[in-house]
Design a protein around this ligand. Sequence first.
Ligand code: SF4
Length: 340
Amino acid sequence: MSQNVDKIKDHFQLFQEPEYQEMFERKREFEGGPSKEEIERVKEWTKTWEYREKNFAREALTINPAKACQPLGAIFAAAGFEGTLPFVHGSQGCVAYFRSHLTRNYKEPFQAVSSSMTEDAAVFGGLKNMTDGLANSYSLYKPKMIALCTTCMAEVIGDDLGSFITTSKNQGAVPEDFPVPFAHTPSFVGSHITGYDNMLKGILVALTPGKKKGVTNGKINFIPGFDPYIGNIRDLKDILSVMDVPSTILADNAESFDSPNLGEFKMYNGGTTLEEGADSINAKATISFQKYSTPKTLEYLEQEGGQTTLTYRPIGIRGTDEFLMGLSELTGKAIPEELE
Ligand code: SF4
């Protein structure tokens, strides 16, 4: 054997050994693979201008479309609210994927729970899973709000979140007045940005009823959207502080995905309080930074809050200038020299 326990060879070295080379040769013959000369010829061709032009001429191919499913966006939005536990009604494997996906991107632990539906729930419906899940989550993790969304499984069988939540409350899983906003997030429609929008709207629908006042609170709501770079929220806060603009960020998940390393685990880092979420209906205007992540939320704030809604893309010098000038015009606040 080329490999032995006393001297373990790295695979680069190992595969150069005669027995491996012989095996590769037999494999090539068995599979009818191209000759060494042909492999060399193609290898050289991939370095040519012709090959480059062929690649740039592609039209019908999308490489890495960066598209994930709705519940991923929904739990991302929910994580921006104070004391909020994202709860996904559906199969556990999906939620494991969401948690690991967010953790890998932001390098932060992320917690979301699942009603862990299995075969029986797929046949008979997931009400019992949800009732038990809500009761367990409420007593174990002591959240201030549980934000519910769904996976494909719950959507395919048609579980009705609104009636399930009412039934669960009637059965004492959580107190009657405990906020459980929800959003149906079927993954065969839209993508993670659709889920973000649905959940944010769902949270506002749960928090804002009865909170509308006759006058505005003078604040501006800002919706960052599904932003994979959390530093943007911190920059936004700096700008708002320098310009002295009263604001509410919907939803502020900067600390959820970039929490300070204090040596102790803190379960909830969402920065938007439930009171701020409720009062957002009284804002003077709402600015979204992602048009396609927020259409339903903006429509809700326009219709129920009577607000002006705007979309800016402060990317690059031109985009940032447009945003700052628009913000200055909206609020009457001057743009300070340090931002010019
Ligand atoms: S597409 Fe559906 S099944 Fe797949 S991870 Fe998303 S919710 Fe789960």
